[in-house]
Design a protein around this ligand. Structure first.
Ligand code: GLA
Length: 383
């Protein structure tokens, strides 16, 4: 299903609206190599945009209405006026991303035109690969282009995040939107989520990314996610700091007996994960797989034991891949957790070995069906 191109999307649009679209925009999903649940703690992350995209085609209308078709939701249609008071839609939740984004664009005084809009994509939904962020970024691109408005990539990312926080109701950090907007081909991006500065880290040309969907649908994500965030904020408050970024590991360890054990574990994950992310970026830059695979293994253990966001099938999948990789592959769960995907990065020649191991053992050991996704680090929507 990875054969969507601008031409295909144009044709699909034309078949529905009987006009040629003025704009065809796309934005990628992402895979996070390391730095999990660190973004909302003002920490470091190391994601890459991937070659799976959400596409938004648009043609201007004479009125101030948006008529939106969601191809991947059985061509459902939603219509609203750009100046409407935005209400959350429980029947067609996908449309909340559109309403949330329009609300943010309005707040920032972008002068939007009405339009016929068509949405489709091939970022697997509910897999932890940021299909929502890619939808937000593609929408912002398309709606601003349609209105001859210019938007800066980081501003777009912040509006996407605000749409989720304020309208959709997910308290996510900035990682997914920022990488979908600013990703670079053949590179991961080291992002400092405190000041949103980014540094591209090229992936060695003979290394590939393999994503394996565990077949476990992500459950309880929102409530568990928001709870982890609250626990991190509570831990930061204990140290009288605004975020865990301002707490050192030495201080945290010294407070172990005084801090509530669960908060201690949550904070330990975040602080050690920040340190691992910096080591990982360095290792990637040098092509040092020994070091990268070590920190990725430690990251997974920390997500499992300190942050408690993995599930047994994911742990088994990581074990199978790491055993097959024999230190020549970096392997860990990727994304918010509670199901979803595992990421592996390895020299080209090792990838078939990893794939064979998943096919030989995973379903037999867990009863879950894996999906193998070969991914390429790709350019962001605004790159
Ligand atoms: C989700 C959120 C991100 C980030 C990750 C965990 O993808 O949208 O902001 O917090 O989980 O690293």
């Amino acid at each position: 299903m990875n054969a969507l191109t601008s031409a295909v999307v144009k044709e699909l649009f034309q078949a529905r609206f009987a006009v040629v679209p003025d704009v065809v925009a796309s934005a990628p999903g992402r895979v996070n190599l390391i730095g999990e649940h660190t973004d909302y703690n003002d920490g470091f992350v190391l994601p890459a945009a991937i070659n799976y995209h959400t596409w938004v085609a648009a043609a201007a209308r004479d009125d101030r209405e948006l008529h939106i078709i969601a191809h991947d939701f059985t061509d459902q249609i939603v219509r609203f006026h750009l100046d409407d008071d935005m209400q959350r839609d429980t029947m067609m939740p996908w449309s909340n991303y559109v309403r949330g984004v329009v609300q943010q664009l309005r707040k920032k005084d972008f002068r939007l035109r009405g339009g016929n809009i068509f949405i489709t994509g091939n970022v697997p939904a509910g897999a932890g690969l940021s299909s929502s962020a890619s939808l937000e970024m593609a929408l912002i691109r398309a709606l601003t282009a349609l209105s001859n408005e210019h938007v800066e990539p980081k501003a777009a990312a912040l509006m996407g995040q605000a749409a989720e926080n304020e309208f959709v109701g997910c308290n996510c950090g900035i990682m997914d939107q920022l990488i979908s907007a600013c990703g670079q081909a053949d590179s991961a991006l080291l992002i400092d989520c405190r000041d949103l500065s980014t540094r591209a880290v090229s992936i060695p040309p003979d290394w590939d990314i393999l994503i394996v969907h565990s077949g476990v649908k992500r459950g309880l994500v929102e409530s568990e996610y928001n709870q982890r965030r609250e626990q991190c904020e509570a831990a930061a408050r204990y140290f009288n700091q605004r975020s865990l970024r301002d707490v050192s590991l030495t201080h945290l360890l010294a407070a172990e007996s005084a801090l509530e054990p669960l908060l201690f574990k949550r904070a330990r994950h975040v602080l050690t994960e920040n340190a691992r992310t910096l080591v990982a970026a360095e290792s990637l830059m040098k092509g040092d797989m020994g070091s990268l695979s070590r920190v990725m293994a430690e990251s997974h253990a920390s997500m499992r034991d300190d942050f408690n966001i993995t599930v047994p099938a994911i742990d088994t999948l990581v074990d199978i891949l790491a055993t097959a990789g024999q230190g020549l592959a970096g392997v860990r769960m990727t994304g918010g957790g509670f199901g979803g995907c595992v990421v592996a990065i390895a020299p080209h020649a090792i990838i078939p070995v990893l794939m064979a191991a998943v096919e030989d053992y995973y379903q037999q050991e867990t009863g879950c069906e894996p999906t193998l996704i070969s991914a390429k680090a790709s350019a962001g929507a605004f790159a």
